[in-house]
Design a protein around this ligand. Structure first.
Ligand code: MN
Length: 325
């Protein structure tokens, strides 16, 4: 896989690196790091970074003046030799979709277990990688691109974002060895972690307080949940709030419901036991999905009715999965 991708990039005059909808620290880090690595290895290759949205303020410190992020709607879709989607599903690109479609060849660099190599011309995938930036580091090593602080910072940003600073399951010995190598370039670990993860807008902290105030439990304390309405969430980025609902003693599944306009509810699920959140989200609506431990969906109906449906789905899985470990 790595050789095939390398050949494709080596023969390309222009490569687009495309981020999925809802850019996160790993997607942004992977775009910046891979862009920089390609530029260093093949200086004549033109590299474009494209996403549906403008770069979220949190990640602006990663952007380089010589590799600016372009909003898909602001640039014409050109038939570049290769378009690569990083850290996401080529079916979820928003306005960047037409850039992907216009390319002569299409590919994927990703660590999601649902990534499908058969759907693209070239892929570099590893569902055991802790972040897509961990795969970018492997590409740098394969290409002989020297690791310095400029390259290490976006790679490290993706690594700490996706593992929540090495807390989650995909943190393995190679992840920590990679982290050590990255730190040895002189990057500031504490500063990067603050910028990428810890610093929160005041409005989000207050919203978290409101969420915790409304905490309810079900299924003998094994599911914790809360509901917020659209008004309370106005102007606040709600990503990650649901994580606070699953790391509670005895809780295995966390659920956050955000009531949106038009009778729709945004559902976010987290699991740390045997319940597969993606299955639960899919049981509610065919457009639901994600990972076993983190999933979501947009469902029609009153929030409480949606909650009851989720609780019933989780209850079935808790009962049948009792002895599965
Ligand atoms: Mn990722």
């Amino acid at each position: 896989m790595i050789h095939h991708l390398t050949r494709r990039i080596a023969s390309a005059r222009a490569v687009s690196l495309i981020g999925p909808l809802d850019l996160d620290g790993d997607a942004v880090g992977a775009m910046v790091a891979l862009g920089l690595a390609i530029r260093r290895r093949w200086p004549a290759c033109e590299v474009l970074l494209i996403a549906d949205e403008v770069l979220p303020p949190r990640y602006r410190f990663l952007e380089r003046a010589d590799l600016p992020f372009r909003r898909a709607a602001d640039v014409p879709a050109s038939p570049v030799d290769l378009a690569l989607v990083l850290d996401g599903d080529p079916g979820r690109l928003g306005a960047a979709q037409r850039h992907y479609a216009a390319a002569r060849a299409r590919g994927l660099v990703d660590h999601h277990k649902t990534a499908d190599a058969a759907a693209v011309d070239v892929a570099f995938l590893d569902p055991l990688a802790a972040s897509t930036t961990e795969l970018v580091l492997q590409l740098c090593d394969h290409w002989g691109v020297a690791l310095d602080a400029a390259l290490a910072a976006p790679i490290y940003a993706g690594l700490v974002f996706d593992t929540h600073v090495f807390r989650y399951r995909l943190t393995r010995p190679p992840t920590l060895r990679a982290a050590a190598r990255l730190m040895e370039t002189g990057i500031d670990h504490a500063w990067l972690v603050e910028r990428v993860l810890l610093d929160q807008p005041m409005a989000k902290v207050r919203l978290r307080g409101r969420m915790l105030d409304r905490l309810e439990v079900a299924l003998d304390g094994r599911l914790a949940w809360a509901t917020l309405d659209e008004k309370a969430c106005a102007g606040v980025e709600t990503g990650g709030l649901v994580d606070d609902l699953v790391f509670i003693e005895g809780v295995e599944v966390g659920m956050l419901l955000i009531a949106r306009g038009g009778g729709r509810v945004k559902l976010s699920l987290r699991s740390r036991g045997g319940v597969d959140c993606a299955e639960v989200a899919q049981a509610l609506t065919s457009s639901g999905g994600g990972h076993a431990r983190a999933a979501g969906a947009t469902v029609t109906g009153p929030a409480r009715a949606v909650a009851e449906r989720v609780i019933a789905e989780v209850a079935r899985r808790l009962n049948t999965g009792e002895h599965a470990g």
